[in-house]
Structures are given as structure tokens and as C-alpha cells.
Design a protein around this ligand. Structure first.
Ligand code: SAM
Length: 352
């Protein structure tokens, strides 16, 4: 089949065979890309209108017990100045965010064992109590089922845990032996079982990643059916073992985002900060390729340059208000409106 036929097939069947994914990902040309972009954009507009959900990210700690070879805040990077926000700091980020219209707060951090399960539960419960109309999303890495359940019971609604790669062999090249692929995958299953709106995801163009591996990622997404999907280009960080690798290709990232929208038309799909970092208008291009979520940074300005997962991260010099303003303008420029509803996942029902 031609690539166009494969894109049509994806649109009707919502799945492809492994070899078909490999073909599409490794041989698409400009015309195929345009075709997928337009289809994905139309699907997103049909489902969500020209509306973008904003989620406020609060990067509450850059301490991390893990040592992912691609990540700037890995534990072996001793050049990072470490910080953690207090409960009061976090609540004041929420207050500012709420005043700016945010109804989803994303707590993201390294895996910081300073925050015990009970401490973190207390933070979630307090946000839940103060902001009953807001969604709370966690992006805090791997944990026990009991901890995940406790956070859910305290009021957390959503959880982002990128699977990073669906290839166990590649996962082992990217992480030290104590970080287990099987455990990360188990966490994803547990999160969904507990009842979180769950997001998986991966980087595009990361070291040693092939079309074959990306095809496995697409198959994993097909089987897992996440409510959210976090995908952005790999960008090297100069203080990591992967410093000398090239960044992920922007066109390929956008193409994959479009394929994800076509695969799962109702998925919540952010145009990521990494996409906005490889190119100034990357997040606009992401929205035009099918994304419907943008995640502005609500972290205090003083800690932003310490939460660097990769080099040249977009927005580290803007305070929350000016970052939000810039992103709002970017969305308005392409004819989109930022909406301040919680923006929960709304599955398509009654329709294949
Ligand atoms: N520690 C939590 C976890 O593991 O899910 C959340 C924070 S972690 C830093 C968030 C995401 O950043 C990771 O899932 C990874 O995909 C992404 N990331 C890390 N280093 C990156 C890099 N060099 N380029 C692009 N994305 C990166």
C-alpha cells in the first residue's frame, strides 16, 4: 500500500500492523505529512473545536533518585543545583494559576524520596480541598500501587507516566539496571486500574531509536489506549551521557503526533515544551498537527533554570504570567481560544 492508503487505513481501523507502521514512519514524504497533518487537525477540531486546554505545570522538585541517561536532572548530574518547593510554595503556584484561569494543576518532579507518601497525600488533599473545581495531575514517576491509590483517594485525577520506549532492550540502554522496564509498564497498568486518566508517551529521535522501535511505541499506545499522550522530541542535555547526540527531528515528531491523533481521535495530546524548544513556533505547529493541550509553566521564576531536562528549554526566563500571555497569543494567532474548563477526557461513545 502507499503511505496515504496506510493513513486512510489507520483512520478507519485505528490500528496498523507492525510492518505498516515501520513503512509509514521510515518512508513518509512531504505530501504524506501534509495529508496526515490535515486529517489529524480536522479530527481534533471535530472533537474539541478550536479550543486549547491549558494545564499549569508546577515543577516542585528536581531531586531524583533515578539516572536516566537522557535527562538533565538525573542523580549523577552533580552540577545541578537541587531544590524542592514547600507545600506553601506549591499552594501559592496553584493560587496564581487559578487566578489566571487554570483548572488543571500538574505536579511534576524527579523521584524525590523526601516527599513521603503521607506528605504528598497531604499536599494533594489540601489542593483538592482548596480547589474543588480543579483537576490534579501527577507526573512524579514510579511508585507503589498503595501510594498511587492513596493519592487517588486524596483527590488526584490524572497521572502522566511516559513509558519512554516500548522496547525493553532500548529501555535498558537508556537506564541503569535498577530502573526496570517491567516495573514502569506495571505502574501504567496499575494507574489505569485505579481509575486515573492515564498518560503514557515517549521521546522522538532519542539515541538508538529506530523506526522499528517507534512502531513498537505506536503498537503499545494502540493496545494501552491512554487518555493522554505525551510526545516530544529528544533534546540533548550537555551534562548527560547523551550530550553528543542530535536532537529529534521536528518533522518526524509532528508526523507522529498527527498519527497519534488519527489513531485515537479523542486522546488529550499536548504540544510539549520540548516541541516549543526545537522551534519557536513548535507548539503552534503541534496544534495544527492535531494537538489540543498546552502546558504552561507555573513554577516560580527562581527555580526554573534548575529544572532543565534538556538544553535551551523554552520559557525559563519568563515568569508565569508572561509565559501564559505568550502562549495565549501564540494560540490566538492561529485562530484558537484558550479555554479554562478542566478539560477531562471525553471518550467517543456510540461511534467506532
Ligand atoms: N520523574 C517523572 C517521570 O519519570 O515520569 C516526571 C519528570 S520526567 C523529567 C518527565 C519527562 O521528561 C520524561 O518522561 C522524559 O520523557 C522527558 N525528558 C527527560 N529528558 C529529556 C530530554 N533530554 N529531551 C526530551 N525529553 C526529556
Amino acid at each position: 500500500s502507499s503511505n496515504r492508503e496506510l493513513i486512510d487505513q489507520l483512520n478507519t481501523d485505528h490500528q496498523l500492523a507492525h510492518e505498516q507502521w515501520v513503512q509509514l514512519i521510515s518512508s513518509f514524504d512531504q505530501d504524506d505529512q501534509t495529508y496526515a497533518t490535515e486529517m489529524a487537525h480536522q479530527l481534533a477540531v471535530a472533537k474539541y473545536g478550536k479550543n486549547i486546554f491549558f494545564r499549569g505545570i508546577i515543577e516542585y522538585t528536581n531531586y531524583c533518585r533515578n539516572d536516566c541517561k537522557y535527562c538533565g536532572i538525573r542523580r549523577s548530574n552533580h552540577q545541578v543545583q537541587r531544590y524542592r518547593l514547600t507545600k506553601e510554595d506549591i499552594l501559592s503556584c496553584c493560587a496564581d494559576g487559578y487566578a489566571s484561569g487554570f483548572r488543571t494543576f500538574v505536579l511534576q518532579g524527579g523521584e524525590d524520596i523526601f516527599f513521603t507518601t503521607d506528605m504528598f497525600t497531604d499536599i494533594i488533599a489540601t489542593i483538592r480541598q482548596q480547589y474543588p473545581d480543579c483537576a490534579i495531575t501527577l507526573s512524579i514517576g514510579e511508585g507503589s500501587r498503595e501510594a498511587y491509590q492513596q493519592y487517588f483517594d486524596a483527590g488526584a485525577n490524572r497521572f502522566l507516566l511516559r513509558h519512554e520506549t516500548a522496547s525493553a532492550a532500548l529501555y535498558r540502554r537508556w537506564h541503569p539496571a535498577y530502573q526496570k522496564f517491567e516495573h514502569r509498564m506495571e505502574c501504567l497498568r496499575e494507574l489505569k486500574e485505579i481509575g486515573y486518566q492515564t498518560g503514557c508517551g515517549f521521546m522522538v529521535g532519542a539515541p538508538f531509536q529506530t523506526a522499528d522501535v517507534l512502531a513498537e511505541d505506536m503498537e503499545y499506545v494502540t493496545a494501552f489506549k491512554p487518555q493522554m499522550l505525551g510526545i516530544g522530541p529528544f533534546i540533548p542535555h550537555s551534562q548527560t551521557p547523551f550530550r553528543d547526540f542530535s536532537p529529534g527531528n521536528e518533522e518526524l515528531t509532528l508526523f507522529i503526533l498527527s498519527l497519534c491523533r488519527i489513531l485515537q481521535p479523542d486522546v488529550l495530546l499536548p504540544a510539549t515544551t520540548a516541541l516549543g524548544t526545537v522551534q519557536g513556533n513548535g507548539r503552534q505547529l503541534g496544534v495544527l498537527a492535531g494537538c489540543n493541550v498546552v502546558m504552561p509553566n507555573l513554577s516560580p521564576l527562581r527555580v526554573r533554570k534548575q529544572y532543565l531536562l534538556y538544553d535551551n528549554k523554552a520559557g525559563i526566563r519568563d515568569d508565569a504570567a508572561s509565559g501564559i500571555k505568550k502562549l495565549t497569543e501564540q494560540m490566538n494567532q492561529i485562530g484558537y481560544k484558550v479555554v479554562s474548563s478542566r478539560g477531562d477526557y471525553q471518550p467517543n461513545t456510540g461511534k467506532k
